[in-house]
Write a protein that binds this ligand. Sequence first.
Ligand code: DGP
Length: 115
Amino acid sequence: MSKECIFCRIVRKEIKSEILFEDDHVVAFRDINPRAPVHILVIPKKHIPTVNDIEEEDLQLLGKMVGVARDLAVTSGISESGYRLVINCHQNAGQEVYHLHLHLLGGRKMKWPPG
Ligand code: DGP
């Protein structure tokens, strides 16, 4: 865990967030700046800065994150209307927080390709 990382601080409950799911490895909470009616972030408790830093041993964790996002899409009522899962990596993708996070976005029609 990183002392300064904002998402590590959310994991440690030093920063308040609306947590929707938590287990030993994963936390999901509402994005502070929602880009869609449903905008949830699913993160590993382990501090992994970017997709580039994912190691072989983390792949099960990534699967767990996708499973949590799928379940939250169901409980959020967007599983049938549709949703998008996004991981931004580095500047060109607009990554702002350097702790791996999966965006779950839904509740409105989305454009493709993304801007
Ligand atoms: P990205 O651009 O992929 O790095 O997205 C980072 C997201 O994190 C962005 O949508 C806003 C969200 N975010 C940043 N700081 C906080 C925070 O303190 N609390 C919550 N709930 N979300 C945050």
